[in-house]
Ligand binder design. Sequence first.
Ligand code: GLP
Length: 246
Amino acid sequence: MMRIYETANYEEMSRKAANILSAQVILKPDCVLGLATGSTPIGTYDQLVEWYEKGDLDFSEVKTVNLDEYRGLTRDNDQSYYYFMHEHLFDRVNIDPANTNVPDGTEPDAEKECDRYEKLIDSMGGIDIQLLGLGHNGHIGFNEPDSSFAKKTHCVDLTESTIEANKRFFASADEVPRQAYTMGIGTIMKAKKILLVVNGEAKADIVAKAFFGPVTPEVPASILQLHNDVVIVADKAALSKIPAQA
Ligand code: GLP
C-alpha cells in the first residue's frame, strides 16, 4: 500500500518524516534504520536531532545502514556519504558509531564490498524502515534508469544527469566520482517499510511518472508501487503534477 502525505512546504515535510522515523525508534529502540543522503533528508535529520536534544529520542540501541557511497572517496572527504551522515546525524545524537554502516567506497574490490554489505544487512535482520530521496531521473539510492532492476548491492556507473545534478557539491564536474556502491532495488524492496521524502517543483514531473505511471526499470522508483508499505511525504509543489483523481 502506498500512502501519500501532502505537506505545505519543506519544513512540514521534514517534520512529518522525522515523526515517522521517531515512531519507529520509539516502538523498537533497537530497530534498523535504512538512511539516505542528498539535500532532501537534511531537514528530517535536523528535526530528529532537535527531538533528541529535548530528550524525546534515544538512539543508543539504533542500528543504521546507508543506501550508497561514492566509489573511491575516503571517509574524511567532505563529499563522501560517510562524512555527510556524521555531519548531519551521527555526530549529533547518541548513536553508537559501531552500529552505523555505510558502504566502504575505498574498497577497490567492488564485488567483495557489495557482497559484504548485502550480507551485513541480512545478518542484521533486514531493514525496519528505509528512508529514500528521489533523483530527478527517478533514481533511488544510486539505482539509475536501466533496462532491468538490479537486485542486490552493486557497483553502478553514474549517469551524466546525476553527475550534473551532484556537481554543485564538488569543485567541478570532473571531480564528481563516476561510480558508486549502492543497495540494489531488491535490497530496498526487502525493507519492511519505505519512507520517501520529496519536495519542490523540480521533482513534480518525476513524482507523477514514478508513482502514477507504469512500473519500469527506466524509472527505478516506480517499483515502489509494488511494495506493501510505502509512505511518501511530499510537499505541495512536488505533488503539483499528479493526476487529479489520485
Ligand atoms: C543522490 C543520492 C540519492 C538522492 C538523490 C536526490 O544522487 N544518491 O540518494 O535521493 O541524489 O538528491 P536531492 O535530495 O539532493 O535532490
